[in-house]
Design a protein around this ligand. Structure first.
Ligand code: MN
Length: 483
């Protein structure tokens, strides 16, 4: 992060009075933690601040301080506002009644009278002088809030604070660093400099807890590949500021609803493996949510759990059916030479090098699965130099092909070649694998054929069985997945 950018951010914040904070959606530990922490800092600097998010804050994060301050709408520019000066007269009640074509607004004072001079009329106007987006790679991630107020983003300077590699630098100032584990890690540096400049103790226990939540959730408790020495150093610093690390862990990782355990059990037991191509994935359908009485937000970090339990996999993904024909795919890569963000971009999404996501619409779960798996198989076949069982190609590979031949080898590995080969030519052990991705058979299979498929190379010992948590009456139980 250049010092100039940091200085520009600090100067602009100091110059602004009414600041609109927008965390990316769907809100997560990083965007919510960052947005609320910034709100608290701005309050200490005696600024007016408002946070708006298009989606509700997940229940899991509601233990965080001040999440109740987050609204879901910016006051509309087309509103007509009637203001009453209450400095002399307290208002007891305001109501409205309809009379023919008219609407009367009835204002009842507690005592005394309200006169015409106490009433003013204003067109709803935007009086923010700064927008700060948190953890947001592109403006469309703000959803309706952006779409219904696009003019706002032209009129008011935007500070874009983010760490996604796919960030589109839409801000007037872009305070972005793709090496940061989380947006809150960036905010910590910013707040510390701001505190120095203002000679104030800005980072209290609540702010520290909010910032630490972002680092912990975005690194999957320091398990994900984006964990850097800086993430540990920042976390240590935040704990020294009084961040309540145990509270975060307790709420986010150790408390799982029974419904969530059922859902996770189901999703983990449905996992699929393409051993040769080092791909592991699973799916979660609307039916799964219904059957387990769980909600979408309860899928939580299941993608990371999937990854933990598939040590050989290089690409792990989860397809979530958000609604009929709308699929949301989360993707993780364990090998630094596979860029998850690039894969997501191919499908119109984005993210980080090791974690990314995208959506596929107008397609059912099965076809989405087929489409994504096939793309990844092709990608991996090229990357891993996989010879699709053709003897003449094999001789090239086994002999250790020189670098300059690699390109020509890749050409011969187009999946079409493979598809046109008869099954008889392939070794037996691959049959199940190949059939998995052949479309005609896919169409005919019933809902749950996957159970029969062989699971390979997966350490399932720590995966909770669907039936496991039968300790009925307790709604909330503590469950440790790492045992
Ligand atoms: Mn983030």
């Amino acid at each position: 992060m250049s010092e100039t950018t940091q200085k520009q951010v600090i100067d602009l914040i100091k110059r602004s009075k009414k600041i609109l904070i927008m965390p990316s959606s769907p809100p997560d530990g990083d965007s919510v933690g960052g947005a609320v922490a910034l709100y608290m800092i701005l309050k200490k600097l005696e600024k007016e601040a408002t946070i708006v998010s298009k989606d509700d804050i997940p229940e899991l994060l509601q233990f965080l301080p001040h999440t109740n301050l987050i609204g879901n709408k910016i006051a509309s520019t087309t509103d007509f506002v009637i203001s009453i000066d209450c400095s002399d007269t307290e208002i007891e009640n305001i109501k409205s009644s309809t009379e023919g074509d008219k609407i009367n607004i009835i204002i009842t004072p507690k005592e005394g009278r309200i006169t015409e001079n106490d009433i003013g009329f204003n067109k709803g106007k935007i009086d923010y002088d700064l927008i700060v987006t948190i953890d947001c790679a592109e403006l469309t991630q703000l959803g309706d809030i952006y779409e219904n107020n696009t003019e706002l983003f032209h009129q008011i300077p935007v500070i874009n604070i983010d760490h996604h590699i796919s960030n589109t630098h839409f801000g007037k100032i872009n305070y972005t660093d793709i090496m940061a584990s989380s947006t809150t890690e960036l905010l910590l540096t910013l707040f510390e400099d701001l505190a120095k400049e203002e000679k104030m103790d800005l980072i209290d226990e609540d702010v520290a807890t909010l910032l630490l939540t972002g680092i912990i959730t975005d690194t999957g408790s320091f398990q994900n590949a984006n964990t850097t020495p800086k993430s540990f150093a920042s976390s240590a610093q935040l704990i020294s500021y009084g961040a309540r690390q145990q509270e975060i862990i307790q709420h986010i990782y150790k408390t799982k609803q029974l419904s969530q355990l059922k859902l996770w059990g189901r999703v983990l037991s449905k996992n699929q493996t393409e051993e040769k191509h080092k791909i592991v994935w699973s799916t979660v359908s609307q039916q799964d949510f219904k059957d387990t009485e769980s909600s979408e937000e309860e899928t939580g970090d299941i993608i990371d759990e999937l990854m933990t339990n598939a040590p050989g996999a290089e690409i792990v993904f989860l397809i979530k059916e958000k609604e009929e024909g709308v699929m949301s795919i989360s993707l993780r890569t364990t090998n630094p030479s596979i860029n998850a963000s690039k894969i997501a971009e191919h499908f119109g999404g984005g993210g980080h090098t090791r974690a990314a996501g995208f959506r596929i619409t107008d397609m059912n779960l099965r076809d989405t699965e087929y489409k994504v798996v096939n793309y990844l198989r092709e990608l991996q076949a090229k990357r891993l130099n996989i010879i699709e069982d053709e003897p003449e190609e094999q001789s090239v590979a086994v002999g250790g092909a020189p670098k300059e031949n690699e390109a020509s080898n890749q050409k011969t590995k187009h999946p079409k070649n493979e598809q046109t080969r008869s099954a008889a030519e392939r070794p037996k052990k691959n049959e199940a694998l190949n059939q998995k991705t052949k479309p005609p058979e896919k169409k005919e299979v019933k809902e749950e054929p996957k159970k029969q498929k062989p699971k390979k190379n997966l350490n399932l010992s720590s995966i909770p069985k669907e039936e496991a948590p039968k300790q009925e009456p307790d709604k909330e139980i503590t469950y440790k997945f790492d045992d």
